[in-house]
Design a binder for this molecule. Sequence first.
Ligand code: ADP
Length: 187
Amino acid sequence: MRIVLLGAPGSGKGTQTDAIIARHGVSTVATGDLLRAEVAAGTELGQRAKPYMDAGELVPFDIVLGMIENGLKTLAVTNPRGFMMDGFPRDLAQAEALDKLLAKINQPLDLVLFFEVDYEEIVKRLLGRGRADDNEETIRNRLRVFEEKTAPLIEYYTRKGLLRTVRGTGTIEDIGARIHAVLDEIA
Ligand code: ADP
């Protein structure tokens, strides 16, 4: 099973990751986690990415693409159950690059899961989370970036017949149950 998790920052993608892994045995690639690890390790890549992350902007395409290529190559050969991407793609250029990469290894996506949550709820959640980039100004900018650059992917994947929407509000268990209902259909 090869899936992409799509949703605004704070829509709960990361929270549901462990349950999806436990149930379906997929591996995960989360670009935000990979980037934060690079920043923490003080690598050159991390140093380049940090100012963008602090401002809530997308980090440049070449940085992210290299990470994804490496991650996918490893996952594609190590886990036959598939993979789940969180935080990628984040704009049309990334989505098209992903399509190309997956076509090359003959492993097209099965599903894109869109987490639907309204912005008011999201701001509340992110302010409560307290990560370094979770201050009000950065949050607002990340939502703006989502609206402008990432939200068009909803239509992109709808047109490809891959999009399924789950309501991302309620208890973690409720949301998990909705997700599993969708994933069990295609598993
Ligand atoms: P959130 O879900 O709160 O947006 P992430 O961990 O997915 O958090 O991302 C944190 C930051 O990392 C983003 O604001 C952005 O700067 C950077 N980032 C993550 N994924 C990508 C990507 N695919 N392309 C560009 N920048 C990215």
